[in-house]
Write a protein that binds this ligand. Structure first.
Ligand code: CA
Length: 226
């Protein structure tokens, strides 16, 4: 059975685009264009996840979240304007599970959605190791192995690899990787991604004679099995 997502967003063009992408991915989607309607639908229940814009007419996203949290622990991902750090902190304090800054790459949103839905599945679902061929990443143990052999990675390398594996087979742009791994406070060049991809290649592909991390020229990177 496909998961149901409630999208509360007043920018109609963005809402239509997100709805289309989510449906394409196999989710069921309901839309609300203002906070009051969004809260009403969310409280009605039956959703596996809520995507909640902060700046909404009638009732702000924060207020919707506060009222929703009195009754429901449904995962909520806040959609925030770029650089509004205060919103993010307030959102997480009010019980949001995650946030994503606009404008966002759709693959980034999809990754956050998958992560939030997995979280809801509880411990068992979370502890399934991520893998590509002989490469296994265990999130709980914070451990990476190839054919059972330990590979030492720095925190950034680990986070980057984890994000690639969570999106196995999906091409991720440098911007999406930067946003996911380095976060909203990152100031610098997108070639940091290239540098860390080189580190990962040397520790994984080169060291073990594999070809897991692929460059898609002009787009970004993807991890896939040989
Ligand atoms: Ca808005």
């Amino acid at each position: 059975m496909s998961e149901r997502i409630l999208l509360v967003e007043d920018e109609e063009k963005l809402a239509r685009m997100v709805e289309m992408e989510l449906k394409y991915e196999g989710y069921q989607v309901e839309k609300a264009l203002d906070g009051r309607r969004g809260l009403e639908l969310a409280l009605g229940g039956g959703f596996d996840l809520v995507l909640l814009d902060i700046m909404l007419p009638q009732l702000s996203g924060m207020e919707v979240l506060r009222r929703l949290r009195r009754e429901s622990q449904v995962p909520v991902i806040m959609l925030t304007a770029r650089d509004s750090v205060v919103d993010k902190v307030a959102g997480l304090d009010s019980g949001a599970d995650d946030y994503i800054t606009k404008p966002f790459a759709i693959e980034e949103l999809l990754a956050r959605i998958r992560a939030a839905l997995r979280g809801k599945g509880g411990q068992a679902a979370q502890n399934v190791p991520l893998a590509a061929g002989p490469l296994v990443l265990d999130v709980e143990k914070h451990q990476v192995t190839v054919r059972g052999q330990n590979v030492e990675l720095t925190k950034k390398e680990f986070d980057l690899l984890r994000h690639l594996l969570e999106n196995k087979g999906r091409v991720l742009t440098r911007e999406a990787l930067l946003d996911a791994v380095w976060g909203f406070d990152f100031v610098g060049e997108t070639n940091s991604v290239d540098v860390y991809i080189r580190f990962l290649r040397s520790k994984l592909d080169d060291a073990f004679g594999l070809k897991l991390i692929h460059t898609v020229r002009g787009v970004g990177y993807v991890i896939k099995e040989e």
